[in-house]
Design a binder for this molecule. Structure first.
Ligand SMILES: C[S@@+](CC[C@H](N)C(=O)[O-])C[C@H]1O[C@@H](n2cnc3c(N)ncnc32)[C@H](O)[C@@H]1O
Length: 220
């Protein structure tokens, strides 16, 4: 076993985190015990953040104590791994606008007290400003919408600390179906760069997620 990023492990070529709620596997994930500690395998076919790591993302900014604004948290699958990594001193403000996903998220957040569920539209940061009570280290965006880049930038301007990180997934089919997948990703990256971010790294997520890009950027 090797720690590849803070709190992220490689166990026999599989990505894993230390299970902060031992004995539970709410998403039917595989549990593995090494040296009496229980780890959860983090399937890159089910999570774009894990796919980005599997594709060789060169930096992963989430660590013990990180404060994250997560847009499009859904039922909390990826967020549950972030929750393992950040530990009790970190917080995930998780924004989701689907009632169905939100209700499932509430169950996860009941066991993982570092996740704060927020039922809101990520396009309207003014509607959840009162719930995100601090500046965050990372804005993570996975909303699969045509205007996702603009939504990400707006939320970073509102909530991200100076030099904070944007972790951003691009579903190219939601943005533009008329041009090549890679060109769509490059054009969205250009918008992020022009908004005042340094692009640290980006990856296409195939074969784990076809037609998706993942961008890691830092606000100047
Ligand atoms: C691809 S899924 C997210 C999967 C999740 N990030 C994970 O890895 O576990 C996209 C989610 O974004 C939510 N979403 C889309 N647009 C949104 C918006 N404007 N505000 C809040 N949530 C939104 C959808 O309801 C959906 O649950």
């Amino acid at each position: 076993m090797k720690e590849i990023f803070s709190g992220v492990y490689n166990i026999n070529q599989k990505i894993a985190t230390l299970n902060s709620v031992p004995g539970t596997k709410p998403f039917n994930e595989i549990l593995v015990t090494v040296d009496d500690k229980e780890y959860r395998l983090w399937d890159p076919n089910r999570s774009k953040a894990s796919a980005a790591i599997a594709k060789g993302l060169k930096e992963f900014p989430i660590r013990d104590g990180s404060v994250i604004l997560y847009l499009g948290i859904a039922h909390g699958f990826t967020a549950s791994y972030f929750s393992d990594i950040i530990g009790p001193n970190g917080v995930i403000y998780g924004v989701e606008f689907s009632d169905r996903c939100f209700n499932e998220l509430l169950v996860i957040a009941g066991k993982r007290r570092n996740i704060i569920p927020i039922l809101a539209d990520a396009r309207k940061p003014e509607d959840f400003k009162d719930k995100v009570i601090e500046k965050v280290d990372i804005v993570y965006v996975d909303i699969a919408q045509p205007d996702a880049t603009e939504v990400a930038i707006r939320n970073c301007k509102e909530f991200l600390k100076p030099n904070g990180y944007l972790m951003f997934t691009i579903k190219t089919q939601s943005v533009d179906v008329t041009q090549s997948v890679k060109m769509t990703v490059k054009l969205e990256i250009e918008k992020i760069s022009q908004a005042g971010f340094d692009i640290i790294d980006w990856k296409m997520l195939d074969p784990f997620e076809e037609m998706h890009g993942f961008v890691l950027a830092r606000m100047k």
